[in-house]
Design a protein around this ligand. Sequence first.
Ligand code: ZN
Ligand code: ZN
Length: 330
Amino acid sequence: MASMHAMALDAPRKPLVMRERPVPVPAPGEILVKVAACGVCRTDLHVVDGELEHPKLPIVPGHEIVGRVAATGAGVSGFAIGERVGVPWLGATCATCPYCRSGAENLCDTPVFTGYTRDGGYATHAVVDARFCFPLGEKGDDAEIAPWLCAGLIGWRSYRMAGECKRLGLYGFGAAAHILAQVAIWQGRRVFAFTRNGDNAAQDFACALGAVWAGGSEQAPPEPLDAAIIFAPVGALVPAALKAVRKGGRVVCGGIHMSDIPSFPYSLLWEERHVMSVANLTRTDANEFLSIAPKAGVHCEVTRYPLARANEALSDLREGRLQGAAVLIP
Ligand SMILES: [Zn+2]
Ligand SMILES: [Zn+2]
């Protein structure tokens, strides 16, 4: 029987371990994907570090999968063997709960999440639900497209929630921010990048991509912002961003986990400033972003790691030693 390899997490706060398994057979409605590249997302760190509760264990992390259809289960149509596809964080939804029925499948009551409640893409192969799998076409490099599947898609949802803004602040200039900055600039918006204090490399990177200003996260921008998106998992950035937005401005928290938000004076929220969070993605978000990203010429800065070095990729991300996105290549 053919075998596959996967980097599996047996328990939180343990290193991933390489495992050999039989290649799974896709059930009805499923696709077997041969993984070509899988991005490393901050959410994977939250799973590995035990900050997200009740993962399936052992779990194979990874929800930014680019691969090719290797086999299809019964009842799957519209996918050709060998076709390149992308697999995101939202792995499946129930289609019947009030959220699913009202166009908010990102809030489904019984969702399945790739690389969290179902095995993901830190592997040579993955089995996925065909309904949550997106054709990617042949244009662009596998590794450079992988971060689109989460940093891009959930970044896009956060960006949509930020509304019509001319001056957009991005807090935490990693994978998601560097993608969204390119889209925002392409749409004629002015981007202000906030990084860890003294992170000159990230600030230079943001400016090279076209940000009009870059500075430390505690610094005040040179002019008030219309909206800000926080991608860094740091609760203290919420009051910092509220300080930076104008009256009526929005602060969107784009991550799945954040440290506690410190208390702050009501005056920071006063004058109709908004604080909101973004959870997961819908297939509409995915289709919109996957159509706009090539038009905007989004190019991801990636650092490639062989699959066996997944633990190293995770610690580089944790320590902020990366520019752009880490991607595993099986
Ligand atoms: Zn549902
Ligand atoms: Zn993610």
